[in-house]
Write a protein that binds this ligand. Structure first.
Ligand code: FE2
Length: 425
């Protein structure tokens, strides 16, 4: 007997199947007879709708989210003014403020079928209030949302007296992943040293590594080279990621022809953040203005796992955002020019399967034995979901229905036309 059946949905690969759920696990995928459906605790009719594993965001800043305008808006729109504003805000925001804002964001995420998030937590201030707040949020949302926390020295590992010590303190407090920001250290040499130091810390502690790496338009910012070499040296492979990698957009092509195989050899993954990269990069350019997005298709062609991250929603760096990973993929698809049908399908997989792989999530997917987490979308295919960014009709997390929404078709008042219109094809 099933606790829940999602009946007749279309899976991302085009298969039409019923999904039977027992407890927090998927028990069956295929055809479930009417009698078995009749005895189930609940049946959700998903016929004609897309049923996907949940959306996953491998790059976010939950300690800063929903703070747009505090203490004031970012007038220049640059990364550096954003860092400076955040430096003021983190000193005046209480633990309670951060918890409240983060929990609101988590509610938004759940409503959009986003059920796993890796969030960088600033470890720069000695009070570590952000770490305390995010550990509390992680505990609170654990029954329905998986949070991974990254110890992130926003102002640099070596630029402040206690930068390194505070990363270690945060890891001791239970933060999951080692973070860093080599391009923000005082010198290129310090940046390279920080990558080596952080990779060693991750290897010694058996932790994952995820560095903000080369988030700059400077084509000579080459810390990703050091990161790939250190990941290879320590055998960190798929447990290490380079976030942003925007300098790769501007690098010399000959150098990139050496770099890409090094990244592939290391097994590390890559996390561009298209909404933020297209907004923050190229700010010092006149025309033509660079897009700043890293080389996504070129990395994928070498077998490197590349995901799409969201990075920011309503904070000192970005004034918009909705917790919808389809918005993120939609922007990524455009900026990376991934318009072939296979590339569009890949963009959907990037915000689901590929991001789950980057975060090393256990039990992710729509197979028997996997965690019973999924989302029902008002779309027929992954590509249609990207085109429409449609309503999430139902969201199931760990076997429980955690969000539902009625189908919402527009009513028309046009003489000689039907009374309602659906955007679906
Ligand atoms: Fe970031």
């Amino acid at each position: 007997m099933f606790d829940l059946v999602i009946a007749g949905g279309t899976l991302p690969d085009g298969t039409v199947a019923d999904i039977g759920i027992r407890g927090d696990r998927i028990a069956e995928v295929g055809r479930i007879e009417a009698a078995a459906q009749a005895s189930a605790g609940r049946v959700i009719d998903a016929s004609g709708d897309l049923v996907s594993p949940p959306f996953v965001d491998p790059h976010f800043h939950m300690d800063a989210t929903l703070s747009y305008g505090l203490p004031r808006v970012n007038a220049s729109g640059t990364l550096l003014e954003g860092i400076s504003l955040w430096g003021e805000l983190r000193e005046i925001a209480s633990t309670g403020d951060m918890v409240t804002r983060a929990l609101t964001y988590c509610d938004w995420a759940v409503s959009m079928g986003l059920l796993a998030i890796r969030t960088h937590v600033d470890t720069t201030p000695d009070h570590l209030r952000g770490v305390e707040a995010m550990l509390e949020v992680k505990r609170k949302v654990a029954p329905y949302l998986d949070l991974q926390l990254v110890a992130f020295p926003q102002d640099g590992l070596y630029r402040t007296k206690t930068g390194r010590e505070n990363v270690l303190r945060a890891l001791d407090m239970g933060v999951d992943v080692v973070g860093g920001i080599p391009h923000f250290e005082r010198t290129m040499d310090d940046g390279a040293a920080s990558v080596k130091d952080l990779a060693r810390i991750a290897a010694e502690r058996g932790l994952m590594l995820d560095l903000h790496c080369d988030e700059t338009d400077d084509p000579m910012s080459r810390h990703v080279e050091t990161l790939a070499a250190e990941v290879t040296r320590h055998g960190l492979g798929g447990r290490a990621a380079g976030s942003h990698l925007t300098s790769m957009h501007s690098m010399d092509n000959y150098y990139v022809s050496k770099l890409l195989p090094l990244i592939a050899e290391s097994g590390m993954t890559a996390i561009p953040n298209p909404l933020i990269n297209i907004t923050l990069q190229g700010r010092h350019d006149t025309f033509p203005k660079r897009r700043g997005l890293t080389r996504v298709k070129e990395m994928q062609a070498l077998g490197i796992t590349v995901g799409w991250g969201q990075d920011c929603v309503l904070d000192p760096w970005y004034s918009l955002g909705t917790a919808d990973m389809l918005d993120v993929a939609f922007m990524g698809l455009h900026v990376a020019q991934m318009t072939h049908p296979e590339e569009m399908a890949r963009c959907f997989r990037m915000v689901t399967e590929d991001n789950a792989k980057i975060m090393n999530l256990e039990g992710y997917g729509l197979k028997p034995g996997c965690m019973a987490s999924l989302v029902v979308l008002d779309a027929g295919t992954p590509t249609e979901a990207l085109r429409l960014r449609p309503d999430r009709l139902a969201v199931v997390s760990k076997g429980k229905v955690v969000a539902e929404r009625a189908r919402n078709d527009a009513r028309l008042s046009l003489a000689g036309r039907p009374a309602s219109v659906r955007r679906r094809h």
